[in-house]
Ligand binder design. Structure first.
Ligand SMILES: *Cc1c(COP(=O)(O)O)cnc(C)c1O
Length: 491
């Protein structure tokens, strides 16, 4: 991204500094003479004769890494409307709390009597998430949304097998589901059958009716779906699947849309996973640690993976449910993420959570209504937390969704999610979240409109963007297939 007012030539020089500006004999530090016996070196065969490390001074090393650190873009540096990822502001107070020794240094092998506070926090968080989802039991063990999905599928399989209902091999997944849904079902050994959407972006009830058979173990519904839409036929969908003995799995990774508005358990969902790192404010750019707890109905509780936290005779303890599917990962899940989610929920309370979702939905609809004249809106109806446009209108001038995204970088914004969901061609999936103010949204809208105008009047400037970044267009296919991650000294 833009680096202050540093001209490009100087940026390039700084970037080269450490790597190629090496001068023989230039050093960052000097070591005192040995005052202990020299340790023996490893065998000669293991030693390299040349190790072409750059020789540079200490200030230049500091400048180099400081320069690199400023190239980062994150929610703390600007608007980050990456659809489906919920890049909201993460309260800094949570970091202070998480850093306290009692939280940061608690050890998973400590005797339970010495970690009652941590267990109480997990126990209460389980209860809060049950409240959010309207379901009866919870495990915090899954380390990410996708692992929560896999957990849900394992619970589904264990449940059917416990009833000797062994022919249920199929999991239904609508085409507007998140891509991890079919992957998780397949990883668990199920066959995936795709349910098409109707022209309004809802599950096609006719198509669903044809696919629900006694072989169906479950349907996996992303709610809201990846078009950012709430399916108004959801009660019928749940009823239809239940009538044939299947379970209803809810991908609640985007619960940011629904907090305090609706409880999926009350609509008929049997299993729901939540992405604590998204909805409940853990920093999660770059794939950092996450948590994907699942909540389930009473009849599925005995199959939850271990551990779950129980309260017995006034003591909190880690327990293994009766017919548990076993362990998913080491110890008790990502405690630091659980802790931040707990802080978030306790800070906002019921009214605050409800307000967060209302504002998230309001912000997405504000963008929707002000950009619909500039970009094609394939599903033109009130959205929830995110809105999906298409850059198909810009295609006439050779501008693709990718180009719009690259050009946004020049305007100082992180691009939205693109080419997802797959049911929308040239998709631009925008999720503003509730933590942005009107001025920021207006600036983003102005940039998106300016890009739409450029696509008409000067498409080349969009197609060759970004212009103001240290690197411009990358050969993305080659970067993925032949990544060049190693610095080599210039000949
Ligand atoms: C992010 C997301 C996932 C996957 O969550 P991870 O924590 O990245 O594994 C699943 N479903 C939906 C709808 C998501 O937005």
């Amino acid at each position: 991204m833009k680096v202050g007012a540093v001209p490009k030539s100087e940026q390039a020089r700084r970037r080269r500094l450490l790597m190629d500006a090496s001068q023989p004999g230039r050093v960052g530090s000097t070591l005192p003479d040995l005052d202990v016996p020299a340790a023996r070196l490893p065998p000669k065969a293991l030693l390299r004769s040349d190790l072409p490390l750059p020789e540079v001074s200490e200030p230049e090393v500091v400048r180099y890494f400081t320069y690199l650190s400023r190239l980062n873009y994150g929610v703390d540096s600007g608007f980050y409307p990456l659809g489906s990822c919920t890049m909201k502001y993460n309260p800094k107070r949570h970091e202070d709390i998480a850093r306290q020794p009692g939280c940061a240094q608690v050890h998973p092998l400590q005797p339970e009597a010495t970690v009652q506070g941590a267990l109480q926090l997990m126990y209460e968080l389980q209860g809060m998430l049950q409240e959010v989802t309207g379901l009866a039991a919870c495990t915090l063990a899954p380390a990410a949304g996708a692992q929560g999905e896999l957990t849900g599928m394992m619970v589904t399989r264990a449940y059917h097998l416990s009833r000797e209902d062994t022919q249920r091999r199929v999991v239904l997944v609508p085409d507007a589901a998140h891509g991890t849904n079919p992957a998780s079902a397949a990883m668990c050994g199920f066959q995936v059958a795709t349910v098409s959407s109707d022209p309004r972006g809802n599950v096609d009830l006719g198509a669903l009716g044809r696919l629900v058979t006694p072989e169906v173990a479950a349907i996996m519904l992303t709610m809201p779906n990846t078009l950012g839409l709430f399916d108004p036929n959801i009660l019928q969908v749940c009823e239809l699947v239940h009538r044939h003995g299947g379970l209803v799995y809810g991908d609640g990774a985007n619960m940011n849309a629904l907090l305090g508005q609706v409880k999926l358990g009350e609509l008929g969902f049997d299993i729901v996973h939540l992405n604590l790192h998204k909805t409940f404010s853990s920093p999660h750019g770059g794939g950092g640690p996450g948590a994907g707890p699942i909540c389930v109905s009473t009849s599925l509780a005995p199959f939850l993976p271990s551990p779950v936290v129980e309260l017995r005779d006034g003591r909190y303890r880690l327990a293994t449910p009766e017919h548990s599917t076993g362990r998913l990962s080491a110890f008790s899940g990502n405690f630091g993420v659980l802790l931040r989610a707990y802080c978030y929920i306790r800070t906002l309370g019921e009214a605050g959570l409800r307000q967060a979702s209302q504002d998230a939905v309001l912000n997405a609809n504000y963008i929707r209504s002000l950009l619909r004249t500039a970009y094609h809106l394939p599903y033109d109806r009130t959205c929830l937390h995110e809105v999906v446009f298409s850059a198909s209108r810009q295609r006439a001038s050779g501008v693709k969704a990718l180009d719009v995204c690259k050009r946004l970088i020049d305007y100082g914004f992180h691009p939205p999610t693109m080419y997802f969901p797959l049911v929308v061609e040239e998709a631009l999936m925008i999720e503003p979240t509730e933590t942005e103010d009107k001025e920021t949204l207006d600036a983003f809208i102005a940039a998106m409109r300016a890009i739409a105008r450029e696509a008409d009047t000067d498409p080349d400037v969009v197609r060759s963007a970004p212009h103001d970044t240290p690197n411009t267009r990358l050969d993305e296919a080659r970067a993925a297939r032949q990544p060049d991650l190693r610095w080599r000294p210039q000949a």
